[in-house]
Design a protein around this ligand. Structure first.
Ligand code: AMP
Length: 274
């Protein structure tokens, strides 16, 4: 399953993405997270992105497209992924289309979380307060001023994607103002309706439970097999030991016989000489 989560900062994309990861066993590809990691590691990409991110602007398209392209190629993304924070502009969406086409992959759905903008500031303030309480590091761009800029850039550069994906019949809009679990259920219903998931994955963690059961059966089978083959190996070893013992006994008997014959011959020769 390959989906995009679309929504302004503070709309709950990250939270929903994590819940989807747990439920369907796919990976979350968040360009914001990857860029923050690059900034922390001081990589060339991080150095380029640092100031732009701190001021609430958008990192150049070629950088984020490159990051996503590399990440999609990694083995853990083979079963599917949720794009969180990417694409953020129409050129990024076009680049993604090209990229997926080239990799022979299909996008299943674009889920838009629609929220009331006046509530976003409150949400971000709550998030920051909770992070401080937990002693976690707070993002430099989680301030009311930077958030206002990020919202403006969402409106002007990202919102056109709603039209882009609805034209391509990929868009599903969900009320992001509902409680977290209600939003999760609504996303699940949409994914079912679009055929992006099988009905049996309805049970929580069914995707995980399926392969896990199989995996649990496998060791049992292979354990039996291993025990069987261990038994037959023991038999074979015992058999070989017996045969080897017999052969040694025979060889010893032969050697004794040969030695006795030689000794007898020597005695006869000596007697003859005398
Ligand atoms: P996020 O965690 O998604 O809110 O992203 C944090 C910041 O990273 C954004 O404000 C941008 O500066 C940058 N960023 C993340 N994703 C993208 C993207 N797809 N295109 C451009 N800039 C991005």
């Amino acid at each position: 399953m390959r989906i995009i989560l679309l929504g302004p900062p503070g709309s709950g994309k990250g939270t929903q993405a994590q819940l989807l990861v747990q439920r369907y066993g796919i990976v979350q590809l968040s360009t914001g997270e990857m860029l923050r990691a690059a900034v922390a590691a001081g990589t060339p990409v991080g150095l380029k992105a640092k100031e732009i991110m701190a001021s609430g602007g958008l990192v150049p398209d070629d950088i984020v497209v490159g990051i996503i392209s590399d990440r999609i190629d990694q083995p853990d993304a083979k079963h599917g992924f949720i794009l969180d924070g990417f694409p953020r502009t129409v050129p990024q969406a076009e680049a993604l289309d090209e990229l997926l086409k080239h990799k022979h992959m299909k996008l299943d759905a674009v889920i838009e979380l629609r929220v009331n903008e006046s509530a976003l500031l409150n949400r971000v303030e709550t998030r920051v307060a909770q992070m401080r309480e937990r002693g976690e590091e707070v993002r430099v761009d989680d301030t009311p001023e930077v958030l206002t800029k990020r919202l403006a850039s969402y409106r002007s550069q990202t919102e056109p994607l709603i039209h882009y994906y609805s034209e391509r019949r990929k868009l599903s809009t969900i009320d992001g103002m509902m409680a977290i679990d209600e939003v999760t259920r609504a996303i699940h219903r949409q994914l079912l309706a679009l055929g992006a998931i099988e009905p049996r994955t309805h049970a929580k963690s069914a995707a995980k439970a399926g392969p896990a059961k199989k995996a649990a059966k496998k060791p049992a089978k292979s354990a039996k097999k291993a025990a069987k083959s261990a038994k037959s190996t023991k038999k074979a070893v015992n058999g070989a030991k017996k045969t080897a013992k017999k052969m040694v006994k025979k060889a010893a008997k032969k050697a004794v016989k040969k030695g006795a014959k030689k000794a007898a011959k020597k005695v006869t020769k000596k007697r003859a000489k005398r």
